[in-house]
Design a protein around this ligand. Structure first.
Ligand SMILES: Cc1ncc(COP(=O)(O)O)c(C=O)c1O
Length: 433
């Protein structure tokens, strides 16, 4: 090329959660069975959306109007339904025009960070869900700024660290909260959320609250949506159907804009999101059509409750099994369907490995970089076929650990997986030469 066509932020766009799949596929081709614990897709892991939901989708798909474009903001019936539900829960009240549909939250996330002023930064949690952190870093052409979620304190955010970073970086304009959190399964207590809102108010910031797992918070987790505590602070809440129905292949998510008029710059920013969507015309119509019919069905709440109970039980069991390893910090998830295990400082050493067949060992060798948790993850894959995601390279973290899912629906297989994980960690840690 006579001129460089690569965006300065291109190297920030890395999604280890899927990148590890290429290596795992090569291992699978060598005959090893792979246990896919890396991707948060309940359907791919064997959960079948119930027949009644599939029947609603089938009926909507047979209506000619499902083949049409929808209005740019999204179908009126879907937005009215969501706004009505939101307002019934109490907290901030919104109208249908405060909602904007996207082709999944992945689309919303890249649109939001892409629309920010190039010098405005949004600080997010560490560990970080990479779609947020990569898109924010790519927008700024500079590493993502983070505040600590503290594994030594049940994954609570370090609010002193957050405020120090905000003071030190005047270009920070917003705070990202993921609640329930991916990758930790942490649910923010109401007082912590309120304290973060107060920090945003004090420093003139807006909040982005990714609540895609909010209806998958476990009983007794104390889950509160940002809407309950946001008061008059400008904010964007994000929700979707990928994890709830679950229908990740629908590519359907939406944002809810709170206190748009509290700040003229925020109001203009919010309008720019609508304008960006107008250029694309609209999000996919069919899932929006289905949304109020499924969420408004009396079978929906009991259906979600059954799934959540199963995840909560798996989280309890995972914490119990992995508690056998003193070098790991593990907290049971309080929501969503992931858990993260962190290696205590000094537990991982460069010389550690796991006995693996020669063929799979050869496949992982070129991928063994310097990140000690990624080395563990690749050795685990070669030795056992269990595919998890390293914390440092997968979730933009200075912690070493791995994320696994709570999605295996077969109880015996889930138990086997936990034991395999526990034994592999123990063998790996004791293999140091
Ligand atoms: C926290 C979080 N936000 C957003 C997404 C993306 O969701 P969607 O399927 O709506 O693009 C995910 C997917 O795993 C997620 O974990």
């Amino acid at each position: 090329m006579r001129t460089n066509i690569v965006h300065p932020g291109a190297d920030s766009l890395r999604y280890e959660i899927r990148q590890i799949v290429e290596v795992a596929k090569a291992i699978e081709a060598s005959g090893q069975v792979i246990h896919w614990e890396n991707i948060g897709d309940p359907v791919a892991k064997g959960e079948t959306p119930p027949l009644w939901i599939r029947e609603i989708v089938a009926a909507a798909a047979s209506e000619a109007s499902s083949f049409a474009y929808s209005p740019t903001r999204g179908l009126e019936e879907a937005r009215v339904y969501i706004a009505g539900e939101r307002n019934l829960e109490g907290g901030i009240q919104i109208g249908a025009d405060d909602i904007l549909f996207f082709n999944g939250l992945g689309d919303a996330i890249s649109t939001i960070y892409g629309a920010l002023h190039p010098r405005a930064r949004v600080i997010g949690p560490n560990p970080a869900y990479p779609t947020h952190s990569s898109a924010e870093a790519a927008h700024a052409g500079s590493p993502h700024l983070t505040y600590r979620l503290d594994p030594g304190n049940g994954w609570r955010p370090d609010l002193a660290d957050l405020e120090t970073q905000i003071r030190a970086n005047p270009q920070i304009a917003g705070i990202i909260i993921i609640n329930p959190d991916n990758p930790t399964g942490f649910v923010y207590p109401e007082e912590t959320l309120a304290a973060m809102v107060e920090i945003a108010r004090r420093h003139g910031l807006f909040i982005i609250s990714d609540e895609i797992y909010s209806n998958l918070a476990f009983p007794d987790s104390g889950m509160r949506k940002l809407a309950a505590v946001v008061g008059d602070v400008p904010a964007i809440a994000m929700r979707g159907i990928s994890k709830e129905f679950p229908w990740p292949g629908a590519r359907c998510g939406w944002i809810e804009i709170y206190n748009r008029d509290a700040d003229p710059s925020f109001a203009r920013f919010a309008r720019s999101l609508l304008e960006a969507k107008m250029l694309e015309v609209c999000a996919t119509t069919l899932p929006q059509k289905v949304l109020p019919r499924v969420m408004g069905d009396p079978r929906y709440t009991p259906y979600l409750a059954g799934r959540v109970d199963a995840y909560a039980e798996r989280a309890r069991r995972a914490a119990e099994v992995l508690a056998d390893i003193p070098e790991l910090i593990v907290h049971p998830a309080q929501g969503a369907f992931y858990m993260t295990a962190v290696f205590r400082s000094g537990a991982l050493q460069p010389g550690q490995s796991l006995a693996a067949p020669t063929a799979t060992e050869a496949i992982i060798r070129p991928h063994l970089g310097s990140a000690l948790d990624a080395r563990f993850v690749y050795h685990l894959l070669a030795a056992t076929g269990v595919c998890v995601v390293p914390l440092s390279t997968g979730f933009n973290s200075d912690l070493h650990g791995f994320r696994f899912t709570l999605l295996e629906p077969d109880a015996a297989r889930f138990e086997g997986l936990l034991r395999q994980l526990r034994d592999a960690v123990m063998n790996y840690l004791s293999s140091a030469s």
